[in-house]
Design a protein around this ligand. Structure first.
Ligand SMILES: [Zn+2]
Length: 147
């Protein structure tokens, strides 16, 4: 059975830094060069100082879980074989309220706890499309991953 192709990347130069980052194994978040404030989702103006001098910058990949839900319906044929999966909002360690929408992997829904420590991992959907996902930090340390 052929797996459908993943949805294409948005044709948007303003998010190129992000996808170049994931292909390089880095999570890059837009950061203001004037005041150091991180901005996500991407927008052209810093919401802290109104500077337009923003650039993607590598972050630690550390985060805490802010909210999550288990998804049972795929929004694109590529994801049909992946449901159910965990959709999560995480708070990146770099800045309070720096929220990032992602998938939670390596843990069963029943074991998920708000506030748990997470770290980024990268999943290659195609040579062009590498998505950042988050997994529990403890799963690596203990060498056991819930499935
Ligand atoms: Zn700023």
């Amino acid at each position: 059975m052929n797996q459908p192709a993943p949805p294409p990347l948005p044709d948007d130069p303003s998010t190129a830094y992000f996808w170049e980052g994931t292909r390089a194994g880095e999570l890059r978040i837009l950061r203001c060069r004037s005041c150091g404030f991180y901005v996500h989702m991407p927008r052209p103006v810093c919401r802290n100082c109104q500077s337009m001098d923003l650039a993607g910058e590598k972050v630690s990949g550390k985060a805490t879980l802010y909210a999550f839900t288990e998804t049972h319906k795929a929004f694109h044929p590529f994801f049909v074989s992946r449901v159910p999966y965990l959709l999560a909002t995480v708070e990146l360690a770099e800045q309070p309220h720096l929220h990032f929408l992602t998938n939670l992997v390596g843990i069963a829904e029943a074991d998920v706890r708000i506030g748990m420590q997470l770290e980024v991992a990268f999943e290659e959907l195609s040579p062009e499309i590498v998505i950042p996902v988050f997994r529990p930090v403890a799963a690596m340390a203990e060498g056991s991953v819930a499935s």
